[in-house]
Design a binder for this molecule. Structure first.
Ligand code: NAD
Length: 482
């Protein structure tokens, strides 16, 4: 699959070193050691891969959906069989702890299981006698060549939101994984090959922004599923829709956790810590701002601060690690600049964790800010690191106003024992995914996954029935028999 450290593309059922405009190092974030080199596939290589997907489409779309679902089930079984290998790969190249990596791989398997229900979910509709002797049939048909462009933070799960569902709906698929975590995607491609998907139905093309741009402008690409940061999502959405493609682009986040004075702190504090500092804060569902409703903020900040000081920061595979490394040194430096900016703006550092001794990896000591004001940039911008800001609010009304002024709207949560407060929050918060006493409200794969406002560009969310709608086109047949 790869010579020395160089990774290969999987195109038209074959592995090969691509035509590329250079390579990038893939370091292990826990140690800085180079694990692989990823090619930046050229426009000519993109053209070759799209041609393979175009060539495979006619036969694949004619393959009965039950047979396509059987391939997906075979793939699902291989994912299960190779789960440990996938988990190790996510730990190594992304820096998640083993537990976090296991959870993300399980979520990916769940999405694959949902895809296998396509013989039911792809069903259309029929109505007889819409006029005398005239019947109407609604069919769902595949869209064509679908491209998936994925971020670094879930190397297995997010490609699995896309590829199995797009394929089972009869599309052919091309994955452009994050150049920062390309190795897990290579394992997925190998398992797709083992599951005997026909050549060209699934293609893996490594690369970075240049490769993405060649895909977005390629005339034979029909649809694009994107997950990543807000500026890239906007670029992908505007470029690909202007080129006439169907696009869903899941973007960045700034998630607010509202804590009411009646919250059960013994259970809420661990959930908040896990949301904010788990996966080093590199989660699109990470809680980034706690809105502490008075009276109760002092008690909450004291409880959080005590725990933050003792969070264990270290190598992803280290025993007891809670906060692993962040993905790259430049990302670490950006997080450190946000922390400085918060201090300069007058936020109070209520607690700071400690860095591991003599580590070569990319670590950030977790920070808890108190007395943050809503207009501060640390309360508005996505930091994507182990930093949590506390804003104090007088009541639920003010807390909702603070959260709803965010330009993002991916996820939000409330911690309370009051059903009325929870209902009001769920009803009025402007976010696509909402938790009630749940810090990471990730919908299961049979529900749609995406945010609102600046966290999402498009109409149909990822996964669930929205996913089936995105990967199919509706056709309505009106018939009369003489
Ligand atoms: P990113 O935008 O840097 O990269 C995502 C993908 O886009 C990669 O495959 C990359 O190669 C490509 N890309 C990067 N810059 C590009 C450019 N200028 N032109 C074209 N393509 C480009 O995102 P990331 O840092 O890998 O991922 C983290 C971000 O993703 C965070 O903002 C996080 O909130 C977001 N995210 C959102 C969700 C969600 O469901 N909304 C889920 C996971 C991650």
């Amino acid at each position: 699959m790869a010579g020395a450290l160089g990774l290969e593309n999987y195109v038209g059922g074959r592995w090969s070193r691509p035509d590329s405009v250079g390579e990038l190092d893939v370091p292990d974030p826990s140690t800085g050691r180079v694990l692989a080199r990823v090619p930046r596939s050229s426009a000519a290589e993109v053209d070759r891969a799209v041609a393979a997907a175009v060539a495979a489409f006619p036969a694949w779309r004619e393959t009965p959906v039950a047979e396509r679902a059987r391939r997906v089930l075979e793939f699902r079984n291989l994912l299960e069989e190779h789960a440990d290998e996938l988990i190790r790969s996510v730990v190594r190249e992304n820096g998640k702890t083993t537990e976090e990596a296991r959870g993300s791989v399980r979520r990916g398997i769940e999405a694959t299981e949902f895809a296998a229900s396509a013989p039911t979910t792809m069903q259309g509709a029929f109505l007889s006698d819409v006029a005398p002797g005239i019947d109407t049939t609604l069919l769902r048909q595949p869209v064509g060549v679908v491209v998936g462009i994925t971020p670094f933070n879930f190397p297995v799960m997010i490609p699995l939101w896309m590829a199995p569902l797009a394929l089972v709906c009869g599309n052919t698929f091309l994955l452009k994984p994050s150049e920062r975590v390309p190795m897990s995607a290579a394992i997925l491609a190998r398992l797709i090959q083992e599951a005997e998907f026909p050549a060209g139905t699934f293609n893996l093309v490594h690369g970075d922004a240049g490769t993405v741009d060649a895909l977005l402008q390629h005339p034979r690409v029909d649809a694009v599923s994107f997950v990543g940061s807000a500026p890239t999502a906007r670029h992908v959405y505007t470029t690909a829709t202007a080129a006439g493609k169907r696009v869903q682009a899941l973007a960045g986040a700034k998630n607010f956790l509202v804590v009411m004075p009646d919250a059960d702190l013994d259970r809420s504090v661990p959930a908040i810590l896990s949301s904010a500092y788990g996966q080093s804060g590199e989660r699109c569902l990470a809680g980034s701002v706690v809105v502490a409703v008075e009276p109760g903020a002092d008690r909450l900040v004291a409880a959080l601060a005590e725990r933050v000081r003792s969070l264990s920061v270290g190598a992803a595979d280290g025993a007891g690690t809670f906060v692993g490394p962040v993905i790259r040194p430049d990302h670490r430096d950006r997080i450190l600049r946000w922390i400085q900016e918060g201090e300069a703006a007058g936020a109070v550092v209520a607690a700071r964790g400690t860095l591991p001794a003599a580590a070569d990896g990319y670590y950030v000591a977790p920070v808890l800010f108190d007395r943050v004001r809503p207009e501060m940039s640390i309360a508005q911008e996505e930091i994507f690191g182990p930093v949590l800001s506390v804003i104090r609010a007088a009541d639920l009304e003010e807390a909702l106003a603070i959260a709803n002024r965010s330009r993002f709207g991916n996820a939000a949560a409330i911690f309370t024992r009051d059903g009325g407060a929870a209902r009001t929050f769920a009803h009025r918060i402007e976010a696509g995914m909402v938790g009630v006493n749940v810090g990471v409200p990730a919908p299961a794969a049979y529900f749609p996954f995406a945010g609102w406002k600046g966290s999402f560009y498009g109409d149909l969310h990822a996964t669930g029935r929205d996913g089936v709608d995105f990967y199919t086109r509706k056709k309505v047949v009106t018939s009369r028999w003489f």
